[in-house]
Design a binder for this molecule. Structure first.
Ligand code: GDP
Length: 197
């Protein structure tokens, strides 16, 4: 899929203020610093669209970007940042959970996982929660340029094995590098296929 236009539409902290759910949307989420903003910018060929390297956990907004005038990329706040206070963490959980479970135009949640790491409990638990709520999701293993393919594949396999303890069917998996543009065609191809249905 060719990205012709990508524009920022709005930032929200309330599900009630979101754009009308009339176009398909794809949410991106992961731990702070996982490379979410870099990945979104890489997908749409626009360096500054999603803000990279913000102070982790600071911005707790749902950001909508309109792509090709026909679907949305939704940038969700990063999870699992220890320094965020308990109150704001609870607030985060509430509004993000409400968004993910209630948004009727949400087609798929892309859960971003740092490909350098062995399975992290917080990521696994988040996937389990999505499974429990029957939310369609896919995995994107980020920053693959940081190590050799063998390490990436080993970490991907371990993560899938963990998910296999809970899921009968393992979700689609992508490997990405914002530095090298790896995974772009695959992720956009996946979105294109879902949009066709
Ligand atoms: P976010 O907090 O999840 O939005 O993460 P950012 O996109 O801001 O990235 C966090 C840090 O990781 C920044 O210093 C990025 O330059 C770096 N980074 C992100 N993606 C990649 C990647 O694919 N490869 C490499 N080498 N660095 C990356």
């Amino acid at each position: 899929m060719v990205i012709k236009t990508a524009t920022f539409v709005c930032s929200n902290t309330q599900v009630s203020a979101l754009p009308p759910p009339v176009m398909p949307e794809y949410a991106f989420i992961g731990r702070s610093n996982v490379g979410k903003s870099s990945l979104i910018n890489m997908l749409v060929n626009q360096h500054g669209l999603a803000k990279t390297s913000q102070r982790p956990g600071k911005t707790q907004l749902i950001n909508h970007f309109l792509i090709n005038e026909s679907w949305y990329i939704v940038d969700l706040p990063g999870y699992g940042y220890a320094k965020v206070s308990k109150t704001s963490r609870e607030k985060w959980e509430k509004f993000i959970r409400a968004y993910i479970t209630k948004r009727e135009s949400l087609q798929c949640v892309f859960v971003l996982i740092d490909s350098r790491l062995e399975p992290q409990q917080i990521d696994i638990e988040f996937c389990y929660w999505l499974g429990e709520k029957q939310i369609p999701f896919s995995l994107i293993f980020t920053k693959a340029d940081k190590q050799g393919m063998t390490t990436t594949q080993k970490n991907v396999a371990s993560f899938k094995k963990k998910l296999g303890e809970f899921f009968e069917e393992i979700p689609s998996t992508f490997v990405s590098s914002a530095e090298k543009g790896t995974g772009k065609d695959e992720v956009l191809g996946f979105i294109h296929e879902v949009n066709k249905d």
